[in-house]
Write a protein that binds this ligand. Structure first.
Ligand SMILES: [Ca+2]
Ligand SMILES: [Ca+2]
Length: 391
């Protein structure tokens, strides 16, 4: 029996459509210039590598939950074919691995909402939702476009938001001792001081693991450990004073000893091993803290937090100037400061500030301390270039 003409035409049309789709999918890995739409990416969760172009619409936090404002982290993006999409079913969830977080995370860069993004990575579920993981490239705009506005933000300098510009207005145009004096006034005004007991709960927020909200990240060891393991026993984490409290003997009374800007969670044994040593390079591998080194008079933190440590120390030196009943804390080039209100080694700390610039985790904790707890900021996280002007 002959096939009716109309049915044959429909079959051919369907076949052409399938072939076109297969061709599109098959050609993706070979041609970086070919980007899938978000809809295409959602329907081809094959584990293959592909480039996808869409608009950044929010921050996914669960399978069917996307935040459109008040972002909480830098680890995930939701993209869609339309800027105004609110249905999670029309979104692709994009994992942001650590090297892209400072430039593409929404907590650090909320103004990215509505921007066009092209991302290359593996088409596979993320948050149990259609997703793209392990990105190998992320750029704003389409990858093949020549539009001058479609440049990557990966090399853009971190934006000083209008909020922090206003915060530092009184320091504008200053350098050296005048800058230090202006910053001292700014970061010592309107400050809320918290008790040593309140530090426990604050650290559970400021140092929360971006990948596991039940844990905190320990400063030197880099370990992610349960928030509930705070205490003084072996295997617990406790409150590390990065500016060792014996250097100025300020203890744990409400003041420098409870200032969140230099307090970090750390394993009890590692904290004891660091003791009150000054910071410097060298020594032998520190037990329990891979990448850290120590000898009789100094501690060298792992590379990822060298700058964090330096900026905490510089903050303390500017925050505490001896005008509030506490010692005037200062940075010097010694590693044998004992109980003097000094901490070293200045030349090494300056180098660490340069080699390990502020990342999303460090910026986030600065913002949380400012917004939620103390209402002051660490100027050297917002402006690491001020270190060389003052010290
Ligand atoms: Ca760092
Ligand atoms: Ca000082």
């Amino acid at each position: 029996m002959p096939v009716p003409k109309r049915v044959l035409a429909l079959s051919l049309s369907a076949l052409v459509g399938v072939l076109a789709l297969l061709f599109t999918l098959a050609s993706v890995p070979a041609s970086a210039a070919t980007s899938l739409t978000v809809a295409q990416a959602i329907s081809s969760q094959t584990g293959a590598s592909a480039s996808v172009t869409g608009y950044i619409v929010g921050e996914p936090t669960a399978t069917s939950t996307v935040r459109f404002s008040d972002f909480t982290g830098d680890t995930a993006l939701a993209i869609a074919d339309s800027k105004t999409t609110t249905s999670t079913g029309s979104m692709l969830y994009v994992q942001i691995t650590s090297s892209y977080r400072a430039s593409f995370g929404l907590l650090s860069n909320p103004s990215l909402i509505g921007k066009q993004l092209t991302v290359t990575g593996t088409l596979t579920a993320y948050f149990s939702h259609a997703g793209l993981k392990s990105p190998t490239a992320m750029t704003l705009g389409t990858s093949s476009t020549t539009s001058p506005t479609a440049t990557s933000t990966a090399t853009a300098t971190p934006t000083a938001s209008s909020t922090t510009d206003a915060y530092y207005a009184a320091a504008s145009g200053k350098s050296g001792a005048a800058l230090k004096a202006a910053l001292h006034t700014i970061i010592s005004t309107g400050v809320t001081k918290i008790s040593y007991d309140a530090v426990w709960d604050a650290l559970k927020v400021t140092d929360q693991d971006p990948s596991n909200s039940s844990n905190v990240i320990l400063l030197y060891s880099g370990i992610s450990r349960s928030k509930t393991l705070n205490g003084g026993d072996s295997g617990d984490w406790n409150r590390e004073h990065v500016w060792a409290k014996s250097h100025g003997d300020f203890g744990t009374a409400t003041g420098p000893g409870t200032d969140l800007h230099h307090l970090r969670p750390e394993d009890v044994a590692v904290n004891a091993l660091r003791d009150n040593k000054d910071f410097d390079t060298g020594g032998s591998a520190a037990t329990g803290a891979p990448g850290n080194y120590t000898d009789s008079d100094s501690w060298e933190p792992r590379n990822a937090v060298k700058g964090d440590v330096a900026r905490m120390i510089f903050y303390m030196a500017v925050r505490y100037e001896g005008d509030d009943g506490w010692p005037n804390l200062e940075v010097n080039d010694s590693v044998s400061n004992g109980t003097n209100p000094y901490l070293g080694r200045l030349s090494v700390l300056k180098q660490w500030n340069t080699q390990d610039p502020p990342d999303a985790f460090e910026k986030n904790r600065n913002q949380v301390i400012y917004a939620t707890y103390q209402h002051n900021r660490n100027p050297f996280i917002d402006h690491p270039e001020w270190v060389s002007s003052i010290f």
